[in-house]
Design a protein around this ligand. Structure first.
Ligand SMILES: NC(=O)c1ccc[n+]([C@@H]2O[C@H](COP(=O)([O-])OP(=O)(O)OC[C@H]3O[C@@H](n4cnc5c(N)ncnc54)[C@H](OP(=O)(O)O)[C@@H]3O)[C@@H](O)[C@H]2O)c1
Length: 403
């Protein structure tokens, strides 16, 4: 354990308060440069709100599974946003998250592919019994690492479970999500396969990702779904339409992915940001320079509420999710230990009902520009997973099982 863990949180807070005032001046100065009102490019990464001591993070329940109230997304080391970290650097950041009290780690077979699971396995092998590891199956990945579409056939699930267990250096996966609903395979068959893995002791809990209400219900009837992982954040409200009410009704936990809006909510993405090759945001409609400019009021809104709390806009974005429901557990992703500490600090940002209402009112006035993903990716979401589509009265995207 490093020395900063022993600092009292009040010492953290007073230090950060000073940092906050200095940062405020810097932010005001850079606003004009970026041509944006309010906060601008270079939102400081330094903590404004202290982080709780190691092992002291509050817990939350996803169905019957207890996890730290904030998890950690392990995709970004190897996938999605351009920069790749070495195994050694990734393992170090994952271990620092554990030292900060995070015990819920999110990965997937396709992150890398394969490498994110390997890094998670390496980082957590020695503390395996103290952490919850979530991973995901559902793509056809060749041994060479080429992703060739969706597949959730039961025999495929059983085979790749063995591969993931090996990479994760463990004998059980705590939460095994179907990554995307497979339109060829009845969801009952998928839930049935995971149920058998659970009975065999290789998996502990079933999860679904980018699933809509009807599919969640069908899977849950075969085996209790512990968590649904769909995109959800201040600017992505799709799950409010039918998925969150379904989870609430059935006692299923919810894990928002991209809870920081793929970094947009932190205020570090501006119209001048040029995405590197390999950065998925470069092809996302919400990340064109015009859309970033149009959507900037979202960051200003979070900043305004953050100013009352001495919190960064990113911390307010996470605190907003935590305030929605006690069974919601965000999994911010980062390659940067300082960012991880700042994100953990969001657990100390308590939003009042008035703060939440201000965010709702402010968001309601913003004319958001650009869909959350390109059409091709949206097409892989289940019916009801996206705002405006509903699986009510239907059966979702997968065929009904043969009678
Ligand atoms: N189920 C699914 O289909 C699905 C899809 C996508 C993601 N996920 C999971 O969800 C996790 C989180 O989603 P995400 O990584 O896409 O998006 P996110 O958590 O909303 O944002 C990650 C981005 O924000 C930046 N960031 C994080 N903390 C920051 C801070 N305090 N200050 C400034 N920048 C910060 C990161 O850059 P730095 O590295 O520079 O900090 C990264 O670019 C992933 O790691 C993955 O495990 C699941």
């Amino acid at each position: 354990m490093t020395s900063h863990h022993s600092q009292s949180s009040s010492a953290d807070l007073s230090l950060n308060r000073r940092g906050f005032l200095a940062a405020g001046a810097a932010v005001a100065a850079t606003a004009a440069v970026a041509g944006l009102p309010g906060i601008a490019r270079g939102q400081p990464a330094s903590d404004r709100v202290g982080t709780p001591a190691a092992s002291a993070l509050p817990k939350r329940r996803l169905g019957s599974l207890e996890v730290s109230a904030l998890g950690f997304g392990c995709m970004d080391f190897v996938w999605a946003y351009g920069d790749r970290l070495s195994k050694q650097e990734s393992v170090r950041v994952i271990r620092e998250a554990f030292d900060r009290g995070v015990t819920f780690f999110d990965t997937a077979e396709i992150y890398g592919p394969f490498t994110s699971e390997e890094y998670v396995g390496e980082a957590l092998a020695s503390v395996r019994d103290r952490v919850v590891i979530a991973s995901k199956f559902g793509f056809n990945v060749t041994p060479e690492g080429q992703i060739q579409g969706l597949t959730s056939r039961p025999e495929h699930i059983k085979r790749v479970t063995e591969d993931s267990l090996r990479r994760l250096k463990t004998d059980r996966i705590d939460l095994w999500y179907q990554h995307r609903v497979d339109p060829q395979v009845p969801i009952e068959d998928v839930a049935g396969a995971v149920k058998e893995l659970i009975q065999a002791g290789k998996v502990r809990h079933l999860g679904l990702s980018e699933a809509g209400g009807a599919t969640i219900r069908r899977a849950h009837a075969v085996h209790p779904v512990t968590a649904v992982q769909n995109e959800y954040s201040v600017w992505t409200r799709d799950p409010e339409h039918e998925v969150l009410p379904t989870c609430e009704e059935l006692g299923i936990g919810f894990v928002p992915w991209s809870p920081l809006g793929m970094a947009f909510h932190t205020g570090t993405i501006t119209p001048r940001t040029r995405f590197r090759q390999g950065d998925l945001r470069g092809m996302f409609p919400r990340f064109t320079p015009e859309a970033i400019r149009a959507n900037w009021p979202v960051v200003e809104l979070l900043q305004r509420v953050g100013n009352r709390k001495q919190a960064t806009p990113g911390q307010v974005a996470l605190a907003w999710l935590l305030a929605r429901k006690p069974w919601i557990v965000p999994i911010p992703g980062t390659t940067n230990a300082k960012h991880m500490e700042q994100n953990v600090g969001a657990l100390q940002v308590e939003l009042t009902a008035g703060d939440v209402q201000d965010i709702e009112d402010g968001f309601g006035r913003i004319n958001l520009q650009g869909k959350r993903a390109p059409e091709q990716l949206l097409a892989s979401h289940d019916i009801g997973a996206d705002l405006g589509t509903s699986s009510a009265g239907g059966h979702g995207r997968t065929p009904l099982p043969a009678k």
